[in-house]
Design a protein around this ligand. Sequence first.
Ligand SMILES: [Fe+2]
Length: 306
Amino acid sequence: MFSALKSMRPRWLPRLASANRSLHTSRSYPIAINPSKSEIQAGRLTSENLEIAIRSLYHDGLVMVTDVIPHETLDHLNKKMAEDAYKLYSRKDSPFNYNPNNLQQDAPPMKEFFNSKIFMNPIATQITSTALGPCPKWTFCSGNTAMPPTSENPPVSQPVHTDADFDHPIWLGTHQDTNLSFQEGQHGERASGRIKKEELEQRRAIRPPCQPVVPKGSIVIRDLRLWHAGVGNQTDEARVMLAMIHFAPWYRNPMKLEFADDLKETIEEEKDLEIPVEWVSKNDVAGQYLNRAFGNAYDFSQGSRS
Ligand SMILES: [Fe+2]
């Protein structure tokens, strides 16, 4: 999965206690790669930076690459998505995850708001295709929006969870001794993916949690299996985080993306990703994309249909 972020204004959690630092533990804060102008222009990291990305992804389950997406393209999309977020938030059947102020929100899937540097970022694809194998499959394109707090809905973090809430063939190295019994619920249940408290406490002693600062325009490449939690929004602006999932080329996930047909040429030009798409006319998609299924309707497991 990679996430493109418009902005995050996190509050630093207390720094690691010195006692924790002295433990034989890995550092908790993720590695950030700051690519050069020429790497950004070419859409490719140098082999040195690619090595750092792959090492971090395997070791930490995630890596950040800073300032790779032009801010003006994010501002254009963010304006629209912030407006959409308030529409979703005001609905009686608001599509929230875990907490009412954490929305599942898709970007408008038409040419006017689609920028390849955001949704098919070549540096993100370079990293995922190195980690997963050539031509990964992109079958999820959505996002989470943390809404500003209200008196009714104060800022609340998501429970720590895994997005890979189903049995899968390979476990993340740092979670190798875990299994589905670590979750409070299985896929399809409301508590799906939530990690049991006692397991979290055990993990905390080895690798404490952190809330890194992610500057605007950065991307985060995160292993789907990594335990994580979105932190509540303490600002007065909707905080949109886009999320795209790339699966290994051998992984038989049956989901498809849905795009307006005015994007056909752009999507079909992308040769470094396999992109199964359900095409919809531009007029229809405008009325549909905010009504899509969410939460457990997504199935990241392997199906038999592909
Ligand atoms: Fe998640």
